[in-house]
Ligand binder design. Structure first.
Ligand code: 2AM
Ligand code: CA
Length: 260
């Protein structure tokens, strides 16, 4: 089993792998005119970049740490282990495919069901987030902290509508209308992993979304939490619930929960 604190070799290897994966993703990003994609669902797509980047990450991490399992958006789960990497090779595939900048590579390390390491790398922004359980969170080597915004009326909030692609009846539109009216400004950037990091570094005060998957939110959750954010579901229950996730700077959670 992995020791606590996490071995420096694992931390450094993760940093190297995510940076190299970023180089690979950026190569694809620079030639979107020829990139191949296909539909995963009626409104959801996957590109050759998603698959190649995940295969690269998986091969490198599994070769170096065969005792650690793997759970990736594109290649699925390895057999059960006490520890595993949780990987989204390109979070924000639709942004990526349209040449927009808000997409990221997200990798978390979970040990005995607890998140220990998280990295989210946004190659097109040249921003690398990293967090280690109990030690803090950093962006490009500088420690980050949530904002000090204390009221929803001053808040910059952010959400997403992944649920629309699944044509769910409960689709976040009414919730968005309610919240938007009470806030200073709103964003929708298209990469949940990155949006959670941006609550961590104080560029956003709140992020929420429904119907996400663990690989969208695992790394971002550790980064946000280590930067002082609180994470709960729409009823205020603490913890990481990808189906209903609310991330705040820890100062306006009670106010926004009333509107959820
Ligand atoms: P993806 O780009 O890796 O698919 C955007 O609102 C967020 O929702 C992104 O993190 C995106 O991840 C995720 N997402 C997009 N389509 C989705 C779907 N059909 N189901 C669940 N999550 C989705
Ligand atoms: Ca994703």
């Amino acid at each position: 089993m992995l020791q606590n604190p996490i071995d420096r070799d694992i931390v450094e290897s993760l940093r190297q792998v995510v940076l190299q994966a970023g180089v690979l993703a950026k190569e694809h990003f620079s030639r979107l005119d020829v990139i191949e994609s296909h539909k995963k669902g009626s409104k959801d797509l996957v590109t050759e970049a998603d698959i190649e980047v995940e295969e690269f990450i998986r091969k490198n991490l599994e070769n170096k740490f065969p005792e650690i399992g793997f759970f990736g958006e594109e290649t699925g789960k390895s057999e059960h282990r006490d520890s595993r990497w949780i990987v989204d090779p390109i979070d924000g595939t639709h942004s990526f495919f349209r040449g927009q900048v808000f997409w990221s590579i997200s990798i978390a390390l979970e040990v005995n069901r607890e998140l220990k390491l998280g990295t989210v790398y946004a190659p097109a922004l040249d921003e690398l987030y990293f967090a280690e359980k109990g030690a803090g969170a950093w962006k490009n080597g500088k420690q980050i902290r949530v904002s000090g915004v204390e009221s929803l009326s001053d808040a910059m909030v952010c959400t997403g509508f992944a649920c629309l692609r699944s044509s769910l009846e409960s689709n976040n539109l009414e919730r968005f209308n309610r919240v938007a009216l009470e806030t200073r400004d709103q964003r929708r950037l298209g990469s949940a992993a990155l949006e959670m990091c941006m609550v961590g570094d104080g560029r956003l005060d709140v992020f929420w979304e429904q119907n996400l998957n663990l690989f969208d939110v695992a790394a971002g959750a550790l980064i946000a939490t280590e930067a002082g954010a609180t994470i709960c579901n729409f009823s205020g229950k603490s913890g990481l619930f990808p189906a209903e996730i609310l991330v705040t700077n820890g100062l306006i959670d009670q106010e926004i929960l009333q509107l959820m």
